[in-house]
Design a protein around this ligand. Structure first.
Ligand code: C2O
Ligand code: CU
Ligand code: CU
Length: 563
């Protein structure tokens, strides 16, 4: 792996991405040629799509076009509404219907290996885009699956071994919508009133090319943070709306930026859907935390707003997501500000994790008298409880740690196919899983529970000692990790914190949606999140990982073996 690491370091120092092929000479897949390159004749697709990953140039800024990676789609069979183009480098949105049989013939025309994963979709192992299935330039991979998901907003992206971050950063992402009869009965705002909003952050060179991380492990472990916010792949986009209700599908497609979404005028946000599905009923929040890979669907009513006025969705200020490197007080910003290297960006300054900045502007452009009532209930929702799970008293543990500059799960790094004993799960069971921050859980005498007070100084000291052994960076405390599990969506059973009042945690705690179906959950420092997740229908290897893409590529990923 040393050789690989050197190459990667070398790659990370390149500013331009056109050099990718040169930086990866003769890349070979460690796991050999596992593939699925021929359609199965007994599979009768309702929908057939040719999807190609390729290089392209798109005009993002005045002047030179930006070289990107891009998914290009072509509908071969099925309803014409199946593919909708998205602007800029984003892949087409795949609009699927529950029960449809879908075949996607995926072609790699990139100068490096890649594989596509359908994030949030419940599909068999071979159709899930595991990195072991990566294909080289000129090869194809045939996906065939039935849409088992309920109505909701999912997405697809590259999932290549140690290259997910750079490939997604360069553009390999797109949305997937699923509809079903429950959703259709609700008659939610549709067509032009159903807006997808992909939020990503990027940095640019003076020559308008995408710029990724320039430094070594220190920068990577903190994660990439750009200084320019792109909405649907576009800079400074303004969305014109009418004075009526809209359905907004917000999706955080950033590598590691966490948004605290709130309206500039303090209007509460009305959530109608989470990652993978609609909620049982609408819920109001003062703000909503949206970590990488998470989706939230909002009901937004612009009626009553003045024509010509704007309403801006911000990312509001928050604290406590980044590690503290001085063993200092929790919730401070002094160390967080040390990250980032670019001088100026949007608004003439760099954007650190937790800064306040505008995300997207809606311009009230047209009056309409149409009105649309928010339904008081949405879709049937059944809470999973202790009595539903196979292991109520012995949850599967996922410990998050960052010792020795290595973000890990249960102190293990990614292995392509290996599974530990605790990662074996019987198929067709529902499991309780507890995800927790190691640095806090191992502390002596800490009390659990919302608002519980612990002896935080002790944990700082412990983190400091460990960080010292890791060398280089000084103290490496825990940071926020968006943890994603492949396969079926899960429910959040409980969210406990060891953070004291007055810590940064207070600035995020009211923005978590703990109801509904999720496939990614943000675990803040000091938090312990218990989830309930079904493992039904399919056997095989299913990944779970941090969706901070830098962490994922650094090995904060493992497999469950469902059998
Ligand atoms: Cu967005 Cu392993 O996935
Ligand atoms: Cu996924
Ligand atoms: Cu992480």
């Amino acid at each position: 792996m040393a050789r690989f690491d050197d190459k990667r370091r070398q790659f990370l120092q390149f500013a331009a991405f056109g050099t990718m092929a040169a930086a990866w000479p003769g890349f070979l897949l460690a796991e050999g040629a596992k593939t699925n390159n021929a359609p199965n004749r007994t599979f009768k697709p309702d929908v057939e799509i040719a999807l190609t990953a390729r290089t392209a140039s798109v005009p993002l800024k005045p002047g030179t076009a930006t070289r990107v990676f891009q998914y290009h789609g072509k509908l071969l069979k099925g309803p014409s509404s199946t593919l909708t183009e998205m602007p800029s480098y984003l892949g087409p949105t795949l609009n699927l219907v529950r029960g449809q049989k879908v075949r996607i013939i995926f072609y790699n025309q990139l100068p490096e290996p890649t594989i596509a994963h359908w994030h949030g979709m419940h599909v068999p192992q071979k159709m899930d885009g595991h990195p072991m299935y990566a294909i080289n330039k000129g090869e194809r991979y045939v996906y065939e699956f039935e849409v088992k998901n309920p109505a909701g907003t999912n997405w697809y992206h590259a999932h290549t071994h140690e290259m997910t971050a750079t490939q997604v950063y360069q553009g390999l992402a797109g949305l997937i919508t699923v509809t079903d009869e429950h959703e259709q009965k609700l008659a939610l705002p549709s067509d032009e009133y159903d807006l997808s909003i992909v939020i990503q952050d990027r940095r640019f060179t003076a020559d308008n090319q995408l710029r990724y991380l320039q430094h070594g492990r220190h920068e990577r472990i903190l994660g990439f943070l750009g200084d320019t916010i792109l909405i649907n792949g576009q800079i400074d986009s303004i969305i014109p709306v009418k004075t009526r209700a809209y359905r907004l599908r917000l999706f955080n497609g950033s590598n590691s930026r966490i948004y605290k979404l709130g309206w500039e005028d303090g209007t509460p946000l009305t959530a109608i859907g989470t990652d993978g599905a609609l909620l049982g009923e609408p819920e109001n929040y003062p703000y909503i935390m949206l970590a990488p890979a998470e989706r939230v669907e909002l009901w937004v009513d612009f009626s009553g707003r003045e024509i010509g006025s704007d309403l801006v969705l911000h990312s509001l200020e928050y604290h406590g997501a980044m590690p503290h490197m001085g063993g200092g007080r929790r919730g401070g910003r002094e160390n967080e500000d040390r990250r980032g290297d670019s001088g100026s960006g949007m608004m003439g300054r760099r954007l650190t994790q937790g800064d306040n900045f505008p995300v997207v502007k809606f311009h009230i452009a047209e009056k309409t008298s149409e009105s649309h009532e928010l339904p008081s209930t949405l879709v049937p929702f059944q809470r999973l409880l202790d009595r539903d799970v196979a292991n109520p008293d012995s949850p599967i543990l996922i410990g998050l740690s960052m010792m020795h500059m290595s973000p890990e799960l249960n102190h293990r790094s990614f292995e392509m196919e290996a599974v530990a004993e605790s990662e074996k799960i019987p198929v067709n069971t529902i499991q309780k899983i507890r995800i927790f921050q190691e640095d806090h859980a191992m502390r002596r005498g800490g009390r659990r529970g919302m608002g519980g007070r612990g002896d935080t100084d002790d944990s700082d000291e412990r983190g400091g000692r460990r960080g010292g052994r890791g060398g280089g960076m000084g103290m490496m405390m825990s940071m926020a990790h968006p943890i994603h599990l492949h396969g079926q969506q899960f429910q959040i059973l409980s969210r406990l914190t060891q953070n004291r009042h007055g810590s940064g945690y207070d600035s995020v705690k009211d923005g978590f949606i703990n109801s509904g179906w999720k496939d990614t959950v943000l675990v803040m420092p000091g938090e312990e999140v218990t989830i309930i997740k079904p493992f039904q229908d399919y056997t095989g290897l299913f990944l779970y990982h941090c969706h901070n893409l830098e962490h994922e590529d650094m090995g904060m990923m493992r497999n469950f073996l469902v059998s």
